[in-house]
Design a protein around this ligand. Structure first.
Ligand code: NDP
Length: 338
């Protein structure tokens, strides 16, 4: 099911006090789109600690509240637009105890709802309005009068009006212009995390190994880096895939390339990858193992240097031949440009 502007009634938002928790990537874009869709400025409140994000919101003419409890008390609708890993603490401690019993909570990612990390009252609506775009594109496409892909769902229909409110909000942030897709926190989480934890890791591994084999075969760092990604050819291939089809885009390549790619892809046994993806999906993602692991290391992710497990992974990745070669190439390029 795809929802368009004609499915959404903006008048449902009249007189509602809308609070944005967070004015970052998504918060800044969505709040501005909402205001440009006719929601009065005094009906929009930005909840943010007193720092550069708050100043940015003020400079754009928004009313800002630094006290989260005060923001929670007035909210009819709360957009939860702070990073996923900090949402449970802030929401459960500062917002949940102070929100109206029939408030609508809007999430932009399924993660915390699917893994039941947020506490809601039974009469509250919990809806997902999740743009499939970075915030700057959410804003620039809206300004150009275009839509963008977005997932919509009702995760808890406390008032019975969850879907109508979700669609009105989707329209107000510009998400129903090109059609908002009916989805769910489960679907969004499964797809997002499988891509992050299995698909892209495999792509990174394949690039790393192809790099290594070609390097051993005598190819230079420069030729490899440019051939494989610095020319932006992979970005162009994905752009074409979005426009002309995943396989249809092959027609833009030479006959030698088309034949090689299709012949190679169809000859590969997909079973090992399929088994690996299933293992990650069922035994790491959907059973909550990854979420549990992440919640344990969350405090460490705020630390500096090698005490932070993410920095440890970056340090390990730095040691690979591909990253070392790229560093040399970028260093030589910088010297040339001086
Ligand atoms: P950002 O990283 O841009 O969020 C920054 C905002 O969060 C700032 O207002 C910041 O204010 C606030 N913030 C950060 N840490 C804290 C904290 N500990 N306590 C209170 N406020 C905090 O987030 P995104 O916009 O990227 O993501 C928001 C939601 O949107 C997430 O659920 C994400 O999954 C989803 N999403 C993101 C997309 C993207 O492109 N980035 C795409 C689609 C969905 P300050 O530091 O001043 O407190």
């Amino acid at each position: 099911k795809i929802y368009y502007d004609s499915d959404a009634d903006l008048s449902l938002l009249r007189d509602k006090q809308i609070v944005f928790l967070g004015f970052g990537n998504q918060g800044a874009a969505q709040a501005q789109n909402l205001r440009d869709s006719g929601i009065m400025n005094d009906k929009i409140l930005i909840a943010n600690r007193a720092d550069s994000y708050a100043k940015d919101a003020q400079s754009k003419g928004f009313i800002v509240e630094h006290d989260f409890e005060k923001a929670a008390i007035v909210a009819d609708i709360l957009f939860l637009l702070i990073p996923d890993q900090v949402q449970p603490n802030i929401f459960n401690e500062k917002f949940a105890p102070n929100l109206k019993p029939t408030a609508t909570i809007v999430i932009a990612s399924g993660y915390n709802v699917f893994f039941k990390r947020l506490s809601f009252s039974p009469q509250q609506d919990v809806v997902m309005v999740a743009p499939r775009m970075i915030g700057s594109s959410v804003r620039s496409l809206y300004q150009k009068g275009k839509g963008y892909p977005c997932f919509v769902s009702v995760e808890q229909d406390g008032t019975g009006s969850g879907l109508s409110i979700a669609l009105a909000l989707s329209r107000a942030i510009g998400a129903t212009k090109a059609g908002a897709i009916a989805s769910s926190a489960y679907e969004e989480t499964a797809m997002d995390l499988l891509a992050e934890q299995a698909l892209w890791p495999n792509i990174i591994m394949l690039f790393r190994e192809a790099f290594s084999v070609l390097k051993e075969a005598g190819c230079s760092d420069e030729a490899l880096c440019y051939e494989m990604w610095m020319s932006k050819e992979p970005a162009e291939i994905f752009e074409r895939a979005a426009e002309d089809g995943f396989i249809g885009q092959l027609k833009h390549h030479s006959t030698v390339s088309q034949y090689g790619q299709l012949n190679g892809a169809l000859a590969l046994d997909g079973e090992p990858a399929r088994a690996h993806f299933k293992d990650i999906l069922y035994n790491q993602i959907l059973n909550g193992k990854f979420a549990e692991h992440l919640s344990k290391i969350e405090p460490d992710l705020e630390k500096d240097g090698l005490q932070n497990p993410l920095n440890q992974l970056y340090a390990k990745a730095e040691e690979t031949e591909l990253v070392q070669a790229e560093k040399r190439v970028r260093g030589r390029l910088a010297d040339l440009l001086q």
